[in-house]
Write a protein of this length. Structure first.
Lengths: 603, 666
């Protein structure tokens, strides 16, 4: 290298060094830690450490997001900029190991991934789901499967520790605890293993040392997790951080979990009685009761007591579900498309207010709201003389052209609130317009509440809870449990009697809450019991069989709406023709052409 | 992960002309001839025929002369120099890093692991030792010779009475000695770590302890009850009965329990959780020793001790089978389908991984292993059969009950079968069954059982073959198996020796990297040599993949389309990626794809050609075998040593040739 070249190279090196030094100054200034002296106020900002302050302010530093994992932090530092490559390679390894059923490598790789991507919600979510749902089913022994399920939960637990401001993690943990333990095919075993904390895999003590044995039920633990998630979400909401999921679905899980708990209690009633029976027989032996009659009486008494305590527990669970769903419906407000904050339970109040406003407007319209419709109707019929006849035609018999004519007729006779207000005399028109505006708002709000309710199937759950907390429903369940208990021990006469009593109670419930009859699951379950009953009595069902409508629906495929309601047991009044439609399900009118038309037609 | 390559029989491999030593010798000669030819053609173009001939002759003759004149003393002096230089460049840092990794090992090993040995070995040897050593040797080997050129040291060296071959060999030996030292130290550290961390014990949990006490007290009371029924109790028996009353009431033992006591209803429960797991146990309180269930890759012996006051204590010992090297006698596997027809494969239950095939339950379907060399000398007491089957359920069945199956021994010649040995399938867990040579029955076609007088005469044919058949008895359910999932277990070899064999395989990989690094560094600069060696490594790691892509794309016989890799050759795949078209989407009608497919053909052939010349790195990853507790067969080790030495020799020879072509070495 020539001297001139060497000089130029040296000069370039010097220039680079100088550039680096210049860049270092602002980096050093910006990157300094925020130092606070003891004399500074809590809200007073440090003069230095701009980046550190910004991180703290926006809660972006690892310490403010959650616990710092030294191993993970070290790995990330050691990899310098190679995180992306390493993460990609690890994900590939994980997929390959899973394909080749190398479960330990999957878990090891997953551990490493969580250390490299600790603040990535989807990583925790995916790994937990993968382990609890995909990997667990690869094992034949349900205990091995359970271990894998809980290992999946533990990812969420770890994730929560390092992401304390992320409400979706505890919510998902709750959902998994509830649904994977409580809904899997192996739920009978899983629920017991979970409650007993088999092998301390979940470790209730570490999770919440105040949790009692009863509260270790998976649905109740899930509720705890939802509660925790809601607290985080509410705190974040106050800071202006929006929830990254659908709020109504996010917040419904709490009461839904209570409902699931109550349903699980109902489903476990049979097991409880069997366990009590075995335990009572053992106790009878221990107490030296050798006489058969005496022992049977003792066992029967113990079983009865257990059934009563089960009833109390179940009733309390449904009452709490009622409280939870009411709290949710009335106190939790959700933003709508129109930027209103509405509570799901406001629907009924709004309906009442709407009726009141409609009544007032109707009084202001000369001749009532119906007169406006009549005018439009006359005009429409004059324009298309045959339409009145067409309207009488059954829907199935209408041609496409008929439908077009009817649609045109309906458009022409549509009465809007505005039309009603415009028809009011001048002196009262201001008030009428105000009422019309109110009515429009009510319509929009009820429609949006309905939009919130539908994905939650709120109307169904509300009705179910209302029904389940009644004494009749409790008696109905008790009757079925007793019937199964008797039939499994060959006491067929007692079983038949218990079934008959249970069916009578079910009749009462179905008549009072017709929506339940429309629910296919309820109908299916009841029909199974009816079949059992038929086997026991070994003859056809009597004519006045209380659940004849359920049989009709299930055997002859009659729709729930069309099936007549039989009378309650002991009553002789004629059966209702068909199920009355649920008001909750009734659709509101379109946004701009609200229910005025229907109302006007009624007038 | 299982070791996915065929493990050859040494004798067969030696005699195999297409994959044995003869093939490699031929390949070596051909490589030298082809390279010589290429060199000659290049020289011909540049210098004319006379000079090209002379240059080629000189190159080969010089190399040959170098090789025959190798002086161990001069080689050692280069080796020593390389080692000193490496030490000066802080080679020892790699050992410090290893120690740090060991200290933090706990952070990376998942607790509650199903097979802790495999995890630990995978981390210690595969992750720490292998990668550390490979990376260090890779960098040292590719930077060493170019640095000599850069610092002009090479001119000093070439003025010494040192031959090129000695210089190149000295380099390789130097790096390999350092790598050997590192592997030995790391291997020793890893072995101590394994022994320290995997050792643990448990205690019986409280509930189980209570059940055992209950069993023992009930048993004693039952004996006293039986004695009282036969006559009046002796005073000491009465005294004992009185002494047991308190315990009887505490343990809530009823008179019915005493009367109906059954010694077969043994207490069952769990051990305490230690080292992240517990074991299921069934204790026979009257036995001198019991065993826990074989879970998490091991089991524990439980020794019964009697205290001075006569009470029994059950002490769980250190784990057994945790650090084992089982020797497998493997057979060949064939299947019968549901109609009883012979087949290579069983049912595909839809798993992406086709390692295992499945047999259908409650049908004529069965898996048949044929074992060779079954002799009295080899199995004087009986057969110790171990099986690891998978279960696939098409319906829940009884969730808390394992599926049932049966195992049958059969003479391959006359089809005489044993009375079935029923078993409950332990999914994915090694299930052992000892078949004694006496007390067995054979079953005829009518289902009649007859006692077997001579095991070998009945079930083993004249060619010393025996068949073991597995059937699934559960309707609509399946058992899955691969050839090595059922084997005859022989006496274990020492785990330490097996561990050393694993380390040898790491050493062989290091040898490949080192030779390759030195080869490239003799002719190109360090960064290029680094890239070339890394490329070589990557090709070697995906050698099997490359071969399968070639077979799946070009060499797939019609009608047997078992495509593991769909999506075509490199260009077609690239086209699918950028146009976001699925791998199985038929693009034959697109003109561009037709063109790309045509270009893919030579590319794939080129890729395969290169692939053939590169050792399969993945084949050396025998640590999975060690981790799973199996012996690395000696035949496999010998074959791997041969292959690695062969590639190292080729790299060495080409390295000498290339070095000789450089100006400085002429």
């Amino acid at each position: 290298m020539s001297q001139a070249n060497r000089d130029r190279s040296f000069q370039r090196s010097l220039a680079y060094l100088a550039g680096m030094a210049v860049l270092l100054l602002p980096i050093s200034y910006l990157g300094q830690p925020a130092v606070k002296s003891s004399t500074m106020r809590a809200d007073e900002k440090s003069a230095i450490g701009v980046l550190a302050q910004l991180r703290e302010q926006h809660e972006l530093s690892a310490a403010s997001i959650g616990d710092i994992d030294p191993a993970g932090a070290t790995m990330q530092m050691v990899l310098l900029g190679g995180n992306g490559f390493a993460i990609n390679k690890l994900w590939n390894n994980l997929m390959e190991a899973q394909k080749t059923e190398d479960w330990d490598t999957v878990r090891l790789t997953a551990e490493q991934l969580t250390k490299l991507q600790p603040h990535f919600y989807k990583v925790w979510d995916y790994l937990a789901h993968n382990q609890s749902y995909n990997m667990s089913v690869e094992f034949d022994d349900y205990r091995a499967r359970y271990k894998m399920v809980i290992s999946g939960f533990n990812y969420y637990k770890q994730g929560i520790n390092v992401n304390k401001n992320e409400p979706r993690l505890p919510k998902q943990l709750g959902w998994y605890i509830g649904h994977k333990i409580g809904r899997a095919d192996e739920r009978r075993f899983y629920r017991k293993l979970f409650q007993n904390d088999w092998m301390k895999l979940y470790n209730h003590e570490e999770d919440n040392r105040d949790r009692t044995y009863e509260n270790r039920d998976n649905w109740l633990v899930a509720k705890e997790k939802y509660d925790y998630a809601y607290r985080i979400a509410d705190e974040q909401d106050l800071k202006g951080v929006k929830l990254k999921t659908t709020p109504s679905l996010f917040y419904k899980e709490y009461w839904q979990s209570q409902v699931n708990y109550a349903e699980a209690l109902v489903a476990s009633g049979q097991d409880y009685l069997n366990e009590e029976h075995a335990s009572a027989e053992q106790k009878a032996k221990e107490n030296g009761i050798t006489d058969n009659a005496e022992r049977n009486a003792y066992v029967a008494e113990q079983v009865r007591k257990r059934l009563d305590s089960w009833g109390e527990q179940t009733h309390a669970a449904w009452m709490l579900a009622d409280k939870d769903i009411s709290d949710f419906a009335m106190n939790r407000k959700f933003p709508t498309v129109n930027k209103w904050l509405v509570a799901i339970g406001q629907q009924e109040q709004l309906e009442q207010a709407k009726q009141q406003a409609l009544k007032e407007l109707d009084q202001l319209v000369p001749g009532g709201a119906g007169s406006i419709f009549k005018k439009l109707d006359t005009a429409a019929q004059a324009a298309d003389p045959g339409v009145a006849e067409l309207l009488q035609k059954p829907y199935e018999a209408r041609s496409p052209l008929d439908n077009e004519r009817i649609a045109a007729y309906e458009d022409a006779t549509k009465v809007t609130w505005q039309m009603l207000a415009d028809s009011v005399p001048d002196e009262q028109r201001t008030k009428a317009k105000q009422l019309a505006n109110e009515l429009r708002t009510y319509d929009e709000q009820t429609r949006e509440i309905q939009l919130l309710r539908d994905p939650l199937n709120y109307n169904y759950w509300r009705t179910l809870i209302d029904a389940e907390k009644t004494t009749a429903n409790l008696k109905a369940h008790e009757g079925l449990i007793l019937a199964k208990y008797y039939s499994s021990r060959g006491r067929m006469l007692e079983a038949a009697k218990a079934y008959e009593e249970a069916f009578c109670h079910w009749r009462e419930v179905l008549n009072d809450y017709p929506l339940l009859r429309r629910d296919s699951i309820t109908a299916d379950e009841l029909y199974e019991y009816v079949k059992e009953y038929k086997k026991i009595i070994a003859r056809d069902l009597p004519e006045d069989f209380p659940l004849s409508d359920v049989v009709l629906i299930m055997e002859q495929n009659v729709s729930a709406e069309a099936a007549p309601f039989p009378p309650k047991c002991g009553e002789k009044q004629p059966a209702k023709e068909a199920a009355k439609p649920m008001t909750e399900n009734k659709e509101s009118s379109p946004t701009t052409a609200p229910a005025a038309e229907d109302e006007a037609k009624k007038k | 992960m299982v070791y996915q390559y065929d493990i050859p029989e040494l004798g067969q491999w030696i005699g195999n002309l297409s994959a044995g030593p003869a093939y490699y010798v031929f390949a070596l000669l051909m490589t030298l001839v082809v390279l010589g030819l290429i060199g000659f053609i290049i020289a011909l173009v540049r210098h004319g025929p006379a000079q090209a001939g002379e240059m080629t002759y000189k190159l080969f003759a010089g190399t040959f002369f170098d090789l025959v004149s190798l002086s161990p003393r001069r080689v050692w002096s280069v080796t020593r120099l390389v080692m000193l230089d490496a030490w000066r460049k802080r080679f020892w840092v790699v050992l410090v890093i290893y120690v740090i990794m060991l200290l933090f090992a706990g952070q990376y090993l998942a607790p509650n692991s199903q097979s802790p040995t495999k995890n630990s070995i995978s981390f210690l040897l595969s992750f720490c030792t292998r990668y550390l050593v490979l990376i260090v040797v890779l960098f040292m080997s590719v930077f060493s010779i170019p640095t000599d050129f850069k610092t002009k040291t090479i001119f000093t060296i070439t003025t010494k009475p040192l031959r090129i071959a000695e210089y190149v060999l000295g380099r390789i030996l130097g790096f390999m000695l350092l790598a050997t030292a590192a592997i030995v130290i790391m291997g020793l550290g890893g072995y101590l770590f394994l022994n320290r961390t995997l050792q643990h014990t448990h205690e019986l949990d409280e509930a189980l302890q209570k059940s055992i006490n209950r069993y023992l007290v009930t048993q004693e009371l039952n004996q006293l009850y039986v004695a009282s029924q036969q006559g009046e109790l002796k005073p000491d028996q009465v005294q004992r009965q009185t002494a047991l009353v308190k315990q009887q009431s505490e343990l809530k033992i009823t008179p019915d329990d005493i009367k109906n006591f059954s010694p077969q209803q043994l207490p069952t429960g769990e051990t305490t959780i230690d080292s992240g797991h517990s074991h299921r146990v069934t204790i026979d309180p009257n036995a001198e020793e019991n065993f826990t269930e074989f879970e998490f890759g091991h089991q524990h012996r439980i020794v019964t001790q009697t205290n001075s006051d006569g009470n029994k204590r059950f002490v769980i010992q250190e784990p057994e089978e945790l650090l084992r090297a089982r020797v497998q006698h493997v057979g060949t596997l064939r299947f019968k389908d549901i109609n009883g027809k012979d087949s290579d494969k069983g049912v595909n239950v839809g798993k992406e991984w086709r390692h295992r095939s499945y047999i259908t339950g409650n049908s004529l379907s069965e898996a048949i292993w044929t074992f060779e060399d079954i002799t009295r000398d080899r199995y004087p007491d009986g057969l110790f059969i171990e099986r690891t089957l998978r279960v696939f359920r098409t319906e829940q069945g009884i969730i808390d009950q394992p599926l049932e199956g049966e195992m049958i021994l059969r003479n391959p010649a006359n089809k005489v079968s044993s009375k079935p040995f029923p078993f409950k399938c332990k999914d994915s867990t090694i299930d052992s069954q000892f078949i004694p040579l006496t007390g067995l029955f054979k079953r005829d076609a009518k289902g009649q059982d007859e006692p077997v007088e001579d095991f070998f005469a009945t079930f083993v044919n004249e060619e010393h073959q025996l068949q073991v058949i597995i059937r699934c008895n559960a309707p609509r359910q399946y058992f899955g198996m691969a050839p090595r999932d059922l084997y005859l277990r022989q006496d274990d070899v020492s785990f330490a020796w097996n561990y050393i064999k694993g380390l040898i395989c790491i050493w062989l990989q290091t040898l490949l990297v080192c030779s390759c690094g030195v080869l490239f560094s003799t002719t190109v600069s360090s960064p290029i040599a680094l890239l070339a060696t890394v490329g070589f490594l990557i090709m070697g790691m995906y050698s099997q993949f490359n071969e399968e892509v070639f077979t799946a794309t070009l060499d797939q016989p019609q009608g047997t389309r078992v495509k593991n890799y769909v999506g075509g050759g490199p260009l077609e795949s690239f086209y699918r990626i950028v146009t976001q078209k699925g791998a199985i989407e038929n693009l034959d009608k697109e003109p561009l794809v037709k063109v790309l497919k045509l270009i893919d053909v030579p590319l794939l052939h080129f890729n395969r050609g290169v692939n053939k010349g590169i050792p399969n790195f993945d084949e050396y990853n025998t640590l999975t075998i060690v981790g799973q507790g199996f012996d690395i067969p000696n035949s496999l080790l010998i074959v791997l040593i041969f292959k690695a030495c062969y590639f190292a020799l080729i790299a060495f020879l080409i390295g000498i040739g290339l070095m000789r072509l450089r100006e400085v070495a002429k």
